[in-house]
Design a protein around this ligand. Structure first.
Ligand code: URA
Length: 442
């Protein structure tokens, strides 16, 4: 097979066959093709798209290019969750131990922050000693022992996707729905799952801001999961403002522990319970969503979920005392400032992208994968769109390493939080549920 033929055909609107995708992805993993040809093919796909069969074949080829976790014989259902990411999205951290405490195995594989979106791995690594770089064999052994591992993508998983994703990043071809869907699902399905729940964000801070495109992404991923024999459900959740109060790394671990103690912000708790309930139903340990929610709430009231998190942290080399005394164990920013409203009115917007870029300015995020992250910095965002404020009402606190960070952080809060007179319509926290059977507005 000559790659030039596939490029030409795709450029002219033709189809690539299942066997050609297989050969192509094998070749990508073996570094057989020059990057200029791969880039040309990616751009042709960006403009011409892929149909359902091509998207599945690309995903399948990328999945087969690497290793897979095998949990057959585990004797427990294996389910995971994936979020398309945003600002303040720490849901994986309380969710994984809650679901694992219900007897479901959760091999949770997460990513790092990049651009305005945060990453679960960076958040976890703010716990002193916590190691997210487990091999597949280590992750498997931990899931067998504790029911959960919180890890990063190893080089063993979907190496063809790794090559293509890096090229997409450098060639402005990331935002193609079939490429995104195939990329995400090739990594998730390598976890050997019996079910998958997707949290597809929509709104200003989402990877895919428009609802229509986010719904298409959700449907494409659900179709891939179902076709692969992995029952998949997607919830469309709001990223028009940050999720919860804490935005940063250590500060989000603290909020995650609050959730497991029965506190935390209502929106974060609700998204965690909604996604967790779908996971328990897919795992068939609960008959319906109501029963699943009760089981999850019980893991909090009995302390079993917090205990599970402690075990996971200890197993992965972290300091388990963090669950009892987060403020004493987590790195703390030396400087803090409470930013207050300079006028009375109604909060119109709390812009997640502005706050996400603010975290980068404070040193807590990345513009390239090589950047290092200061775990201690970030924001506590204290208002939501629609809130009525007076002059002097606290809007957010800035956590920074020095006076320059405080100044940058304050400017960012003032840009992100707009106050006006108009009444505000707040979008629903969870707007749609997408399954193999179709899309339901909630
Ligand atoms: N995340 C991924 O893993 N792949 C994409 O293509 C986009 C987001």
């Amino acid at each position: 097979m000559h790659l030039i033929d596939l490029i030409t055909r795709k450029r002219d609107g033709g189809r690539i066959t299942v066997s050609e995708w297989r050969e192509f992805t094998e070749g990508v993993a073996l570094a057989r093709y020059p990057e200029y040809q791969l880039s040309a093919l990616l751009m042709a796909i960006f403009f011409r798209g892929l149909d359902g069969e091509e998207t599945y074949a690309l995903m399948d080829g990328m999945l087969r290019s690497g290793g897979r976790l095998d949990f057959s014989g585990l004797g427990r259902p294996v389910v995971d969750k994936h979020s398309t990411g945003g600002v303040g999205d720490k849901v994986s951290i309380p969710l994984a131990p809650m679901v694992a405490a219900c007897g479901v195995a959760v091999p949770m594989m997460s990513g790092r922050g990049l651009g305005h979106t945060g990453g679960t791995l960076d958040k976890l690594e703010s716990i002193p000693g916590f190691n997210t770089r487990l091999s597949m064999a280590e992750a498997k052994a931990q899931v067998e022992r504790l029911g959960c591992a919180l890890i990063g993508q190893t080089g063993e998983i979907a190496p063809a996707d790794k090559t293509l994703y890096a090229l997409r990043d450098a060639t402005a071809t990331v935002e193609a729905i079939p490429l995104i869907a195939a990329s995400i699902m090739s990594k998730k399905l390598a976890e050997g799952l019996g079910g998958l729940v997707l949290d597809v964000k929509t709104g200003a801070g989402a990877f895919m801001p428009q609802l229509e495109r986010a719904l298409t992404l959700a449907t494409t991923m659900v179709d891939i999961g179902e076709r692969c024999g992995c029952p998949t459900v997607a919830l469309m959740t709001c990223m028009d403002h940050p999720l919860g109060v804490a935005c940063g790394n250590a500060v989000e671990i603290e909020e995650s522990i609050d959730i497991l103690r029965g506190g935390g912000p209502a929106d974060t708790r609700e998204v965690t319970l909604a996604l967790g309930a779908e996971m328990l139903v897919l795992a068939r340990v609960a008959d319906d969503i109501g029963a699943a929610r009760s089981m999850l709430e019980d893991t909090i009231t009995t302390g079993r979920a917090l205990e599970k998190l402690r075990q996971i942290i200890e197993a992965q080399g972290g300091d388990p005392r963090v669950v009892d005394d987060p403020q004493g164990v987590l790195p703390r920013a030396p400087e803090q400032l409470l930013v207050v409203a300079s006028q009375a009115g109604i909060v119109q917007r709390v812009e997640p992208r502005v706050l996400g870029r603010g975290i980068i300015a404070l040193g807590g995020g990345r513009t390239t994968m090589e950047d290092t992250v200061d775990p201690s910095v970030g924001f506590r965002v204290l208002v939501r769109p629609g809130a009525h404020v007076s002059r002097g009402t606290p809007l957010a606190s800035v956590l920074a390493r020095d006076a320059a960070g405080i100044a940058a952080g304050e400017a960012c809060v003032r840009e992100a939080v707009s106050i006006g007179d108009a009444e505000v319509t707040v979008p629903p926290l969870i707007s749609h549920r997408v399954t193999g059977a179709g899309t339901e507005a909630l």
